[in-house]
Design a protein around this ligand. Structure first.
Ligand code: AMP
Length: 287
């Protein structure tokens, strides 16, 4: 991978990189398509990273479908799929980690201790291996996107980070590899997350700026749906993820819940210019 990347760079080709854990869906593919519009070469990594799963989480049963993924990636414009065995990325003696104590302990980090240490460490390693010019992440994992941007700035990675909008199913449910674990009934229940966000969005659009009222709008919808167990519903500053009382500046409404034991997250961007909740669009026109 490193040799390929080096020779592309020598030829002046722009390298785009999309890190994933596989079991790909349209959300992942939207990142790959964005990369292939902007870059000459697109690398997608597929690696279910054991380091970002806690004990008792779903590492073992996380969906895996390498052959299916390869076919989807070829059509979406990916040039190279990078995969690795865990013991190659983490050989005996591995003991250096990337940690963000400030942003990595709240919300997802609080519910899943060590999760972001695993994410940042593997992404830092993959950035070194792939050496991309641009890298693409999904707004679906909003806290992760903020942490990646922070790491890139703090550790001087020479890569530009793009964060792409959440891709949803027609009923509003944010696409996620974990949706495959839901029964038909559970899937119906899970839609209450995006419905809750939709309520908060209408409330925001009609001028509500109090975080407590906006989170209540989302929470009430989720609480009305039986079988949905809420982990958190919070409004935080879009830049530093600190809880806010008012959403006058760009903020995020982050939610996490469990349905049939499956952990689901979703979010809404609360910004006067972006009241439709979309993340930033790609900055460059397709060539
Ligand atoms: P994962 O395979 O879950 O680690 O996700 C790989 C990348 O795809 C991450 O940057 C995710 O934020 C992104 N992603 C996952 N689901 C979606 C979605 N529904 N819409 C947009 N991006 C997504």
């Amino acid at each position: 991978m490193t040799a390929a990347s080096r020779s592309w760079r020598e030829e002046g080709q722009l390298i785009g990189f999309v890190p994933t854990m596989g079991a790909l869906h349209e959300g992942h593919l939207s990142l790959v398509r964005a990369a292939s519009q902007e870059c000459d070469r697109v690398v997608v990594s597929i690696f279910v990273n054991p380091l970002q799963f806690g004990p008792g989480e779903d590492f073992e049963r996380y969906p895996r479908d390498l052959d299916g993924d390869r076919n989807l990636l070829e059509e979406a414009g990916c040039d190279v799929v990078f995969t690795s065995e865990a013991d190659q990325l983490y050989p005996p003696g591995f003991s250096t980690y990337v940690v963000n104590d400030e942003l990595g302990r709240r919300m997802e980090g609080e519910v899943r201790p060590g999760h972001f240490r695993g994410v940042l460490t593997v992404v830092a390693k993959l950035f070194h291996i792939v050496a991309p010019d641009l890298t693409y992440f999904g707004q679906k994992d909003a806290q992760q996107a903020v942490l990646i941007r922070r790491m890139v700035t703090d550790l001087h990675f020479p890569v530009e980070v793009r964060v792409m909008p959440i891709v949803r199913d027609v009923d509003g449910l944010a696409l996620s590899s974990r949706n495959a674990f839901l029964s038909r009934e559970g899937r119906g229940r899970a839609v209450s997350l995006s419905r809750g966000l939709e309520n908060a969005r209408s409330s925001f659009a009609s001028g509500e700026r109090r975080a407590a009222a906006l989170t209540a709008a989302a929470r009430e919808t989720m609480e009305r749906q039986e079988g949905v167990s809420i982990d958190y519903v919070v409004c935080v500053c879009a830049e530093d993820l600190r809880p806010v009382e008012r959403c006058d500046r760009p903020a995020l409404l982050l939610i996490a819940a469990r349905v049939e034991g499956v952990r689901l997250i979703d979010n809404l961007v609360l910004s006067a210019g972006e009241a439709d909740g979309r993340a930033e669009a790609p900055r460059k026109e397709p060539s």
